[in-house]
Design a protein around this ligand. Structure first.
Ligand code: FES
Ligand code: FES
Length: 169
């Protein structure tokens, strides 16, 4: 018997249909509609979720491939009454307009903070080892897989910079 997939802390049975993407499983089977379908082709980042601590595009992977994995969606990061630090920062910096890309942006940025904490270099990093300087270029490079058709990029970067600076201070 297949191991369940854990979504926001709750074990869920793997769907019977092996063709179901992780994105459709989350949205249609579990009703977690915070995760958005934009392109459905790995181009926009609207469907970003965190699987075992790593951010991925949920439209590009099948639910059946995640037996035993732990998935966190935007609903698992915080609530309107108790937002995560990044969710609060996006609100305070007006890091959205229509909001369609926002769950993916925040899931992506949440994993980004962990990458920085573990000193994973990016193409924008000046060196491959040691601590990574938190710069706007570093954040823009790491968020380049998350598109925003409203063009809220400046405020998105400001929100992430605020939290990243606090976490490394
Ligand atoms: S919907 Fe998955 S990357 Fe666009
Ligand atoms: S806020 Fe509208 S697409 Fe980003």
């Amino acid at each position: 018997m297949a191991e369940p997939i854990t979504v926001n802390g709750t074990p869920q049975p793997i769907p019977d249909d092996p063709r179901v993407t992780l994105l459709d499983f989350l949205r249609h089977d579990l009703g977690l509609t915070g995760t958005k379908k934009g392109c459905d082709h790995g181009q926009c980042g609207a469907c970003t979720v965190i699987v075992n601590g790593i951010r991925i595009n949920s439209c590009l992977t099948l639910a059946a491939m995640h037996e035993g994995d732990s998935v966190t969606t935007i609903e698992g990061l915080g609530t309107p009454d108790e937002p995560s630090p990044l969710q609060r920062a996006f609100l305070e910096h007006d890091g959205f307009q229509c909001g369609y890309c926002t769950p993916g942006q925040i899931c992506s940025a949440t994993a980004l903070l962990q990458e920085l904490a573990e000193n994973w270099p990016s193409d924008a990093s000046e060196k491959l080892e040691g601590s990574i300087a938190i710069t706007s270029e570093e954040i823009r490079e790491r968020m380049s897989g998350n598109l925003c058709r409203c063009g809220a990029y400046a405020n998105i970067v400001a929100a992430i910079e605020e939290i990243a600076a606090g976490e490394t201070a």
